[in-house]
Design a protein around this ligand. Structure first.
Ligand code: MN
Length: 287
């Protein structure tokens, strides 16, 4: 049985550009090795946006050494990058962008969503790459709602939407560089859930909505992240209310994490190199 290591709460809120009112749940600057291969998680919204003709979001900026994974619950996000990737995602969709060797991109609300306004809620997760994969060319995966297997839990406890990894016989559509599970969970209040995981992996559970009771007696509320100990291969929890959760599990990379803002590498020298590449235009530009 997996034991709770601790409950991590938001580091505070800030706006990313004028489109994303986020709570930073964790970052490689506060927890790194214990959360590997994950690096950072921003929880945006839920926030009600008024209609606008303006372009809301964040303009051209670089990334190198990792992947950005955007999960939309409400609203629309449009993305464009210097490697030719781009697309618009809406509720239930996921954008999995591999920055790896470096690119620039922009992230805005979808034009129709901006025009009409409405409820906005998304998560952006940063997933680290091992030293060899940081050299890979950039890549972009649009994962639509309909591509994500929706698996019913036994006892009518709810559903697991497998974005990445595997639940039972169901594999998620995201292609990842290291083994991980990223699952969108909807659990009915009063249900007990049991997941098998690999002992030694990083395992966390984040609450977007609802309330969760852990075996050790602690309760998780909205915007709480439970970080579990590496030991043990069975995660058990109870949904105390109808709950919307994000389950993250993965094999730790066990490599040094040296980051500065949008660049996450293994050494200081590589960070200096990344700044040079960005300034000299080698990460490209958006036309
Ligand atoms: Mn970005």
């Amino acid at each position: 049985m997996k034991k709770l290591s601790y409950i991590k709460q938001s580091n505070g809120s800030h706006w990313v550009g004028d489109g994303f009112p986020v709570r930073n749940i964790f970052s490689y600057t506060d927890i790194a090795e214990e959360i590997s291969p994950f690096l950072m998680m921003d929880y945006a919204g839920p926030h009600q946006f008024e209609p606008t003709e303006a372009k809301r979001g964040v303009g051209e900026h670089p990334h190198k050494g990792f992947e950005t994974v955007t999960i939309v619950y409400d609203g629309e996000v449009e993305h464009r990058d210097s490697a030719g990737g781009g697309g618009k995602i809406g509720p239930g969709d996921v954008q999995w962008m591999t920055a790896a060797s470096g690119l620039v991109h922009e992230e805005f609300h979808g034009r129709d969503f901006a025009k009409n306004g409405g409820k906005f809620e998304m998560i952006q997760l940063w997933v680290n790459l091992s030293a060899k994969d940081k050299k890979a060319p950039p890549k972009y995966q649009t994962i639509s709602n309909t591509q994500i297997p929706e698996v019913k839990l036994s006892g009518d406890a709810g559903i697991v939407r497998v974005i990445a990894g595997q639940y039972g016989d169901h594999a998620g559509p995201a292609s990842t560089f290291s083994p991980m599970n990223v699952w969108d969970l909807r659990i009915k209040g009063g249900s007990r859930v049991e997941f098998k995981v690999n002992a030694g992996d990083t395992t966390t559970l984040f609450v977007l909505k609802g309330k969760v009771g852990l075996q050790s007696g602690e309760e998780l509320s909205e915007a709480d992240l439970a970080v579990f100990e590496r030991d043990g291969d069975t995660l058990v929890f109870n949904a105390l209310e109808d709950s919307k959760l994000l389950f993250l599990n993965g094999k730790p990379l066990n490599e040094p994490v040296v980051g500065y803002g949008p660049f996450v590498m293994n050494t200081e020298a590589e960070i200096r190199q990344a700044f040079m590449e960005y300034r000299s235009g080698r990460m490209g530009h958006l036309s």
